[in-house]
Design a protein around this ligand. Structure first.
Ligand SMILES: Nc1ncnc2c1ncn2[C@@H]1O[C@H](COP(=O)(O)OP(=O)(O)O)[C@@H](O)[C@H]1O
Ligand SMILES: CC(=O)OP(=O)(O)O
Ligand SMILES: [Mg+2]
Length: 415
């Protein structure tokens, strides 16, 4: 990289230390990356927020901290994480902060410098991502208080999908709902889909812009995408992160008639039904036990029938969605599994790919059980028509790349 200094608000700084903040509904992840080497200087996570078991871990240059935070919410966890980080490193070294923001609507199709107007616009989009944009904003405000003199840049989950063709992004509803109210499919997890797709192209020795890839991001939220010519051409999530696949607590696709039916049956309001689809459905709703795939796989092994059913439905629906996305690609150069479930749950990958043999997808059982660790991420059978890969995602690294790219553009404009 050419520039070593960037002038932000008239102050010239070395700009290669990027703090990335990914505030979710039940977790906060942070990473401090030195760019362009992408060396992780510090990384931390606060998990199970709101529960008795909430805790945080920080690894700041090998100094590891584990703190129990019983029942702490994202605000308390955020303060604690920043306090621990800044006790161990000089905050003056940080040049910019990259914030994951889940919903950018139609307006934010690229990384954006945060100011009061942008924050207000993100707030307005909160009703379209109620589990995500409010905690994202909490992280932005806390970090701005601690680091008022640096550039804070929002990187949107929706941005990577913004060029989806209209046939993939519009619903078959009155057109006016789109033109007047923005009712369309946006797609999410864009930084993760982009990151793993680029990695897959590298591993296959192909140019990213020539690849036709299916990516399955399976974490707490789950989505799959079809990526061709370096852009997302279709994805399973829609106007909100509720559409598509079965997720930890989210239903994914349901009949659009469900709201009316359940409102009449139970007297619940539309927003109560939406909340149940967001928070009490998916793996949790089906199993009645947990939203956590690891817990369900263990329970299914011990004979819990509903846990087994939840896993089977998760895999079947994922396979169906991947087959559907293949239509958008025309050809499949690789399928990539990522996210906590995609990277670690070999049973889920095996069950999913079993449904997809008609597309030429076949796994190697041994490679799959090793999560592709000994085969460069490859878990497909030798000689199989389509490579299947496990690739660890890093939304934080991708956000840092977008931030550096944006800083370079700001730097050029300032010259
Ligand atoms: N070893 C494992 N086996 C099965 N599932 C796992 C394993 N490790 C993590 N998971 C699952 O990954 C999911 C969380 O994924 P993650 O990507 O960390 O979530 P988030 O969306 O919060 O970033 C949980 O369902 C968890 O059970
Ligand atoms: C958009 C979304 O579902 O994000 P997450 O997986 O972090 O919940
Ligand atoms: Mg996630």
């Amino acid at each position: 990289m050419r520039a070593q200094y960037l002038s932000v608000n008239g102050v010239s700084r070395v700009w290669n230390m990027i703090l990335v903040i990914n505030t979710g509904s039940s977790s906060i992840k942070m990473a401090l990356l030195e760019m362009p080497s992408e060396r992780v200087i510090a990384e931390g996570a606060a998990v199970r927020l709101g529960e008795e078991e909430a805790s945080l871990n920080w690894n700041v240059g090998g100094d590891i901290q584990h703190v129990a935070l019983p029942a702490a919410g994202p605000d308390v966890a955020m303060q604690q994480m920043l306090a621990i980080l800044f006790r161990r490193m000089d905050k003056e070294r940080i040049t910019a902060v990259g914030h994951r923001v889940v919903h950018g609507g139609e307006r934010f199709i690229a990384p954006t410098l945060l100011d009061d107007a942008v924050i207000a616009a993100i707030e307005e989009l909160s009703h379209l991502a109620p589990l995500h944009n409010p905690p994202n904003l909490l992280g932005i405000r806390a970090a701005m208080r601690h680091l008022p003199a640096v550039a804070h840049i929002a990187v949107f989950d929706t941005a990577f999908h913004h060029a989806m063709p209209l046939h993939a992004s519009l619903y078959a509803v009155p057109y006016r709902w789109y033109s007047e109210y923005g009712v369309r499919r946006y797609g999410f997890h864009g930084t993760s889909h982009h990151y793993v797709a680029q990695q897959a192209a590298d591993r296959l020795g192909r140019s990213f812009s020539d690849c036709h890839l299916l990516t399955a991001h399976l974490g707490n939220g789950c989505s799959a995408a079809a990526i061709a010519g370096g852009i997302s051409v279709d994805t399973t999530m829609g106007m909100t992160p509720l559409e598509g696949l079965v997720m930890g607590t989210r239903s994914g696709d349901v009949d659009p008639g469900l709201h009316d039916y359940m409102a009449r049956q139970t007297g619940a309001s539309l927003s109560e039904i939406t909340a149940a689809l967001n928070r009490q459905s998916g793996l949790l709703g089906l199993s009645g036990r947990s939203n956590d795939m690891r817990a369900l796989l263990a329970a299914a092994d011990e004979g819990d029938v509903r846990a087994g059913l939840a896993v089977d439905i998760f895999c079947f629906r994922l396979a169906k969605a991947l087959a559907g996305l293949a239509v958008s690609l025309g050809q499949i150069d690789a399928l990539i599994f990522t996210g906590g479930i995609g990277e670690h749950a070999d049973v889920v990958r095996a069950k999913t790919v079993q449904h997809l043999s008609l597309l030429g997808l076949v796994l190697d059982a041994h490679r799959n059980s090793e999560h592709g660790r000994l085969s460069g991420g490859l878990i497909s059978a030798v000689g199989a028509q389509v490579p299947v890969l496990v690739i660890a995602t890093s939304e934080e690294t991708m956000i840092a790349r977008y931030v550096v790219d944006m800083l370079q553009r700001l730097d050029r404009t300032a010259e």
